[in-house]
Write a protein that binds this ligand. Structure first.
Ligand SMILES: [Ca+2]
Ligand SMILES: [Ca+2]
Length: 393
C-alpha cells in the first residue's frame, strides 16, 4: 500500500481519515483478490468493500481489470490562513476567525495554537477560546491541514489581550469584523431549509468592512441573534443598527420587513423595510426587563409575518443610559473626517478635538434626539493626526 497516513490519524481525527480514504478509494467498479494477512487465505472483494478491509489485507491482483488507479499522493501542504483576525470578547474569552487558504486537494481542518501550544483542531474557520484570565495577553497562530496530514506553515501571529472585566450590556462584534460564530451570534429560522445566512466579505457593508445577511428563498422568519446580559432593570436602552434590503417581499397584508428586535418579545423597529433600499440606520428604544438580559435580533420577517428577499445588517449596538462612545465612520473630501456619537439622547454633549491630548478645542455642542449622531470635522484635512472626545455637559 505504501501509505499508512490514514491509519495514523484514525481515531483521533476521523474526518481527516475519511478525507484520505475518499481520495484513495478506487473509483472503478469490479473487484480484486485480497490476501488476509492473519490467515493467509485469499478471497475476492468488490472494490466498494475495499475501504472496510484494506487494513487487514494485501492486494495481489485485480479482477476483472488490472487497473486500480491511485491518484497522485497529496504531498503539498496548504498555504497558511491569511488574514487571521481576533478580538477580546470579554475578560475570559477571545474570538478568532480566518480565511480558508488554498490547497491543491483541499483543506480539511485547522490547528489552533495559543502561546505556542496546540489548543484545538477544528473544521470551521473560527473559534472562541474561553476560560482565559482577565488582562492576559495571548499570541495565536493557525495552521491549515489537508486530508493527507500535510500541515501549512503558521499564519502570521495575532496578539490579543483579554479585558480587565466583562463589559455589561454590550453587543459583541456588532460590526461583524470577525466570524459571528466566534462571538456569541447564532441563527434562528422558521423554515430553516429556505434560508441562507451569510457572513459577507469586506466591502459589502457600504464601507470597507464586513456585515451579515439573511436571505429567504421562500417566505420565512429568520435572523441573527445574540444574548446581551447585565442591563440595569427598568432603565432605558436603545438597540440600533444599519440595514439594507434587496427585493424583500412580505406576505399579503403584513407590515414588518427587515427589522431589529428583541427576540421572544413583540418589540421591533417600527419602519416597514421592504422592497429594495440602501443602508439606513434604525433604532428601537426599550426598557430593560427585570432579568437584565435580552436577546437582540437582526431579522427578516416576524412571527406570523413571513417575508422573502435578502437583508444585510451591520453596526448593531445596544446603547445604555450612561454610554458615550465615538465611532469612526469615514472620510469625505467635502466634509473631512466623519464619526458617530453614540450616546443616550436628551442629554447635552460637547465634542472636542486635540492634536496632542493636552489641549482640547471645542468642535460642537449637541443634544441628540437619536442615540447615534453623525458628526463631521471639515477642518480635519491637512497634515497631522487629531484625537476626538465627547464630554457630558
Ligand atoms: Ca495538499
Ligand atoms: Ca461591519
Amino acid at each position: 500500500m505504501g501509505n499508512g497516513k490514514g491509519f495514523a490519524c484514525y481515531g483521533t481525527a476521523l474526518d481527516q481519515f475519511y478525507a484520505w480514504w475518499w481520495e484513495h478509494l478506487p473509483k472503478n467498479g469490479g473487484g480484486h483478490v485480497a490476501t488476509d494477512l492473519g490467515t493467509g487465505r485469499q478471497t475476492t472483494l468488490l472494490n466498494t468493500w475495499w475501504p472496510y478491509v484494506f487494513d487487514i489485507n494485501t492486494f495481489t491482483s485485480t479482477l476483472p481489470a488490472p487497473d486500480i488507479l491511485f491518484p497522485p499522493e497529496d504531498v503539498l501542504p496548504p498555504a497558511p490562513p491569511d488574514p487571521v483576525l481576533g478580538i477580546a470578547l470579554g475578560a475570559s474569552r477571545i474570538g478568532l476567525s480566518w480565511t480558508e487558504p488554498a490547497d491543491d486537494v483541499g483543506v480539511t481542518r485547522y490547528a489552533v495554537y495559543r502561546d505556542g501550544v496546540l489548543i484545538r483542531k477544528t473544521v470551521v474557520p473560527y473559534l472562541t477560546d474561553s476560560r482565559l484570565a482577565p488582562r492576559s495577553h495571548h499570541t495565536y497562530v493557525i495552521r491549515a491541514c489537508d486530508g493527507s496530514d500535510n500541515e501549512s506553515a503558521p499564519s502570521f501571529p495575532v496578539e490579543i489581550t483579554t479585558l480587565a472585566s466583562e463589559v455589561p450590556g454590550q453587543v459583541i462584534n456588532g460590526g461583524f469584523e470577525i466570524h459571528p460564530g466566534a462571538s456569541g451570534w447564532f441563527t434562528a429560522a422558521y423554515r430553516a431549509d429556505q434560508v441562507r445566512f451569510g457572513w459577507e466579505p469586506p466591502g459589502t457593508a457600504g464601507n470597507p468592512t464586513r456585515c451579515v445577511s439573511v436571505e429567504g428563498l421562500q417566505s420565512t422568519d429568520a435572523g441573527w441573534q445574540q444574548q446581551v446580559d447585565g442591563l440595569v432593570p427598568g432603565k432605558s436602552y436603545w438597540l440600533t443598527g444599519r440595514i439594507r434590503g434587496e427585493r424583500i417581499v412580505l406576505d399579503e397584508g403584513r407590515g414588518i420587513g427587515a427589522n431589529l428586535c428583541l427576540a421572544g418579545t413583540w418589540d421591533h423597529t417600527g419602519e416597514l423595510l421592504s422592497g429594495t433600499f440602501d443602508w439606513r440606520r434604525v433604532t428601537l428604544p426599550f426598557v430593560a426587563p427585570a432579568s437584565g438580559t435580552v436577546t437582540v435580533g437582526a431579522r427578516l420577517g416576524y412571527w406570523g409575518n413571513i417575508a422573502s428577499g435578502k437583508a444585510w445588517f451591520d453596526n448593531i449596538a445596544v446603547i445604555g443610559p450612561q454610554d458615550i462612545q465615538l465611532g469612526a465612520s469615514g472620510w469625505r473630501d467635502d466634509e473631512g473626517f466623519r464619526f458617530e456619537l453614540m450616546a443616550a439622547p436628551g442629554r447635552g454633549y460637547k465634542i472636542e478635538r486635540s492634536a496632542d491630548l493636552n489641549s482640547w478645542q471645542e468642535l460642537e455642542h449637541l443634544t441628540p434626539v437619536d442615540p447615534v449622531t453623525e458628526i463631521s470635522d471639515p477642518n480635519s484635512s491637512g497634515a497631522g493626526m487629531f484625537y476626538y472626545r465627547a464630554v457630558l455637559e
